[in-house]
Design a binder for this molecule. Structure first.
Ligand code: HEC
Ligand SMILES: [Cu+2]
Length: 355
C-alpha cells in the first residue's frame, strides 16, 4: 500500500511539474521550436549531441549493469580473484578510438555551422539594420531607408537580414531564441549576425547579458511579415508625418505637452536619429510598452508618471518636469494614436488573448 502511495505522489509531482513547465516555451521564446535559419541549425546540433550523449549513457549503463550482475561475489567463492585485464591493448584501443569518433561526429557539423553562421560575404546584397543596445531597450536604424524605430524589429520573412550591432553603454546580448543564437553587443566594436525567419510571426527577444537593474526587462520583438507586407511597412514608416496634427482634441493637447515637457529632448518621432530614448514614430503599433507592458492608456500614464516603478534604473526617470495625471493622460492619447501602419503578421489576431 505504502509503495503505491509513493508512486502516486511521485506521479502527481511529475504531472504538476510538466503542467508548470508547459507554461514555458510559449510566445515563440524557445530554441526548441525553431522558426529561423540559425535556430534550425542550432536545434539540429542539439539533437545530434543529445543522441551521441544518450548513446554513451546507454553503453555505460549496460556495461555497468552486466558487470554488477555477473561479477558479484558469490557464496562459496569469496576468495575467487577474476582474470586481470589491465593493459589490454584491444580494450585500450577501443575506448580511445570510439570517443574520438564520437567527438568528430559532433565537432565537424558544429564547426561547419559556426562558419556558415559567421559568413557575412553577402551582407551588401541584403537588408542591413543597425542595432543599438541601450540600458534597457533596443534601437533599430534601417540602413539606406528613412526609418528609425525601437523595441519592435520588422523583417521580411524568408530573407536574410543583417544586423550590425553596437551598444551605447554596457555589454548586452541580442537573443531571439526561435530565430537564431545569441550575439554579444559591445560598446567598442561592431558585431554582425543575420536573421532569416521561415514563418510569419512575432518572435520574442531577450537581452542575454546581465546589464543592470532592469536587464531582465530588456525585452524586444522581431516581427516577421511577408515581403509584400514588409514593403508596405517600409512605405508607411517612410511616409509617416512626424508633425501631423492628431484628429482628437485631447491628443492635440497631448502633442503640445509632449513638446513642453522636454520629452522631445530624448524621443524622436519620425526618422531623426535622436536616440537617447526610444523612437516613437510607430508607438501606437508597438506590441508592448517599454518592451514589457501591455500597450494601453493606463500603462502609458503609469509609465510617464513613474517609469522607475516599472523599469528600475532606466534613463528617463527624473529627466523631465513634473507631469500631472491629467497631462499624462493627454500625452498618452497623443502617443497611442501614432500608428503609421496596420501591417501585422498573419498569425497575429487582433485580440490580446494569444499571449
Ligand atoms: C532623458 C531622456 C528622456 C526624457 C526627457 C524622456 N524620456 Fe521617455 N524614455 C527614455 C528612455 C531612455 C526610455 C527607455 C526606457 C527603458 O525601456 O529602459 C524611455 C521610454 C519611454 C516610453 C516607452 C517607449 C516604448 O518604446 O515603449 C514612453 C512612452 C516615454 N518614454 C514617454 C516619455 C514622455 C511622455 C516624456 C516627457 C514627459 C519622456 N518620455 C521624457 C528617455 C527619456
Ligand atoms: Cu541588456
Amino acid at each position: 500500500m505504502k509503495g503505491w502511495m509513493g508512486k502516486l505522489r511521485a506521479f502527481s509531482l511529475l504531472a504538476l511539474t510538466s503542467l508548470i513547465l508547459s507554461g514555458c516555451g510559449k510566445e515563440n521564446l524557445t530554441a526548441l521550436d525553431p522558426k529561423g535559419y540559425g535556430s534550425n541549425i542550432s536545434f539540429n546540433l542539439i539533437i545530434l549531441t543529445t543522441v551521441v550523449m544518450l548513446f554513451v549513457l546507454a553503453v555505460v549503463v549496460i556495461v555497468f549493469t552486466i558487470v554488477l550482475i555477473r561479477f558479484r561475489r558469490k557464496k562459496g567463492q569469496e576468495d575467487y580473484i577474476p582474470k586481470q585485464v589491465e593493459g589490454n591493448k584491444t580494450l585500450e584501443t577501443i575506448w580511445t578510438v570510439i570517443p574520438i569518433i564520437l567527438l568528430l561526429i559532433i565537432a565537424v557539423p558544429t564547426i561547419m555551422a559556426t562558419f556558415d553562421l559567421a559568413d557575412e560575404s553577402d551582407a551588401s546584397d541584403h537588408l542591413n539594420v543597425e542595432v543599438t543596445g541601450n540600458q534597457f531597450w533596443w534601437h533599430f536604424n534601417y540602413e539606406g531607408k528613412e526609418i528609425q524605430t525601437s523595441q519592435d524589429l520588422y523583417i521580411p520573412v524568408g530573407e536574410k537580414v543583417y544586423l550590425n550591432m553596437m551598444s551605447s553603454d554596457v555589454i548586452h546580448s541580442f537573443w531571439v531564441p526561435a530565430l537564431s543564437g545569441k550575439m554579444d553587443v559591445n560598446p567598442d566594436n561592431e558585431n554582425t549576425m543575420y536573421l532569416k525567419a521561415e514563418e510569419e510571426g512575432v518572435y520574442y527577444g531577450k537581452c542575454a547579458e546581465f546589464c543592470g537593474p532592469s536587464h531582465s526587462l530588456m525585452d524586444f520583438k522581431v516581427i516577421a511579415v511577408s515581403p509584400d507586407k514588409f514593403d508596405q511597412w517600409t512605405d508607411d514608416m517612410e511616409n509617416a508625418d512626424p508633425d501631423a496634427e492628431p484628429d482628437k482634441a485631447v491628443a492635440r493637447e497631448g502633442k503640445s505637452l509632449f513638446e513642453q515637457k522636454n520629452c522631445t529632448a530624448c524621443h524622436a518621432i519620425g526618422s531623426s536619429p535622436t536616440q537617447i530614448g526610444p523612437n516613437l514614430t510607430d508607438f501606437g503599433n508597438r506590441t508592448r510598452l517599454a518592451g514589457i507592458k501591455d500597450l494601453n492608456k493606463e500603462n502609458v500614464v503609469d509609465w510617464i508618471m513613474d517609469p522607475e516603478a516599472i523599469k528600475p534604473g532606466n534613463k528617463m526617470t527624473g529627466q523631465y518636469p513634473d507631469v500631472s495625471k491629467d497631462e499624462a493622460g493627454k500625452i498618452a492619447e497623443y502617443l497611442l494614436q501614432l500608428k503609421p501602419t496596420d501591417v501585422t503578421p498573419d498569425t497575429v489576431s487582433d485580440s490580446e488573448d494569444d499571449d
